[in-house]
Design a protein around this ligand. Structure first.
Ligand code: SMN
Ligand code: MG
Length: 370
């Protein structure tokens, strides 16, 4: 089997289209546009695979250009079964222009498409192709909700609780007083038997994070996510030693090597690898390194692909259900009573609806390589 053709596309989709319900924001930014950079691959035997990555509004054309100029030419003619060596080759080839960032996410889109087409060609859902550890897992409901008022936040989180989710994640990163008021309001609304996680999206330094933790600890948090920027592994290690609240991080790490110092230093307890940065290849390396370090993995966002990856490793903790793309997809993820189940169609099964995306194609020249 060989890759016969690839097509990279770039879309800029305004928030009103995928999240008509209201503003969407975290401590460092508010999202008004999501960019999708997609890659379709087709084999000489007629199988199609789909990969993608996304941005919160900026840089998509650079990812698209890198795919077309440097990545697609390396894929055409290759056997998708060699995806792991292709991932390494591409990281080596592109290291000079950045050992992470745009490079990593562009490679991830290609890697996801190659794994997809392998499973499609084998007529197996991706989790079965990778090897089944479980056939479903608990999902937690999550929202990028720092721009909501406390009343709107409580309504949103209460709605997810009523749908059967036993664990919820909310944003923090306002003033200390506002954060405490919001966490208290949600805790009171959803009850003590609900797990509650909070996500600061890199808002603080170590001193501030320590101060915030002391006031948030009484709310029995299941984890505090990204209190610090990702370069501060030392800060994470100090903070984790000083608190019983598990620290979570990983969504802003781009390569498996960036997780290594966190594992060596016991700096976090909940690693959160993200397939749109790591690819399936890098994601599985992180899950395996976490297992060796005695840690779980809690995949970040993109539940439609992560449900497969999580069901195919022994140490997945849960799945982040954040339905940001749901209105753009052909089929939503199956969730019942807070449990997520991968679809039994071949590959990962995640496809954006052509009808939903086509009005938002970015004005860049489209290249078709054969
Ligand atoms: C998040 C940030 C950006 C996009 C999606 C999700 C967030 C999370 O940090 O962990 O859900
Ligand atoms: Mg987060």
């Amino acid at each position: 089997m060989r890759v016969a053709a690839c097509r990279a596309s770039h879309y800029r989709v305004p928030r009103e289209v995928w999240w008509p319900g209201g503003r969407i924001g975290a401590s460092l930014y508010e999202i008004s546009v999501i960019e999708l950079v997609t890659l379709e691959v087709e084999t000489d035997e007629g199988a199609s695979g789909f990969g993608f990555t996304y941005t919160v509004g900026h840089g998509g054309s650079a990812i698209h250009a890198l795919l077309e100029d440097a990545i697609v030419p390396e894929l055409v003619g290759r056997d998708p079964h060699d995806v792991e060596s292709i991932w390494h080759e591409l990281h080596t080839k592109l290291h000079f222009v950045g050992a992470g960032g745009v490079t990593a996410v562009a490679i991830a889109a290609a890697d996801i498409a190659l794994w997809d087409v392998r499973a499609v060609a084998a007529a197996l859902p991706l989790y079965r192709y990778l090897g089944v550890h479980r056939t479903s897992l608990p999902a937690y409901a999550s929202a990028v909700n720092l721009a909501l008022s406390t009343a709107e936040l409580v309504e949103q989180m209460g709605g997810y609780r009523a749908q059967g989710f036993a664990a919820l994640k909310m944003k923090v990163g306002k003033s200390l007083r506002d954060d405490v008021d919001r966490v208290r309001a949600v805790r009171e609304a959803v009850g003590d038997d609900c797990e509650l996680m909070v996500d600061a999206n890199m808002a603080w330094d170590v001193a501030e994070a320590g101060r915030r933790l002391r006031v948030l600890e009484p709310f029995a948090l299941a984890w505090l996510e990204e209190p610090l920027p990702p370069h501060d592994v030392d800060g994470f290690a100090r903070l984790q030693r000083a608190t019983s609240v598990p620290l979570a991080a990983g969504e802003t790490l781009f390569t498996p090597d960036e997780f290594t110092p966190y594992f060596r230093r016991g700096a976090i307890r909940i690693p959160q690898p993200d397939v749109i940065r790591l690819g399936v290849t890098g994601w599985r390396r992180v899950a395996s390194a976490a297992l060796d370090a005695g840690l779980p993995v809690a995949p970040h966002f993109i539940p439609e692909i992560h449900v497969h990856l999580a069901c195919a490793v022994p140490n997945a903790l849960n799945l982040e259900y954040l339905p940001i793309f749901e209105l753009l997809l052909e089929a939503p993820l199956r969730i019942e009573d807070g449990q997520a189940t991968p679809p039994d169609t071949p590959g990962h099964g995640m496809r954006f609806s052509e009808q939903a995306l086509s009005p938002y194609r970015a004005p860049t020249e489209e290249v078709q390589l054969r």
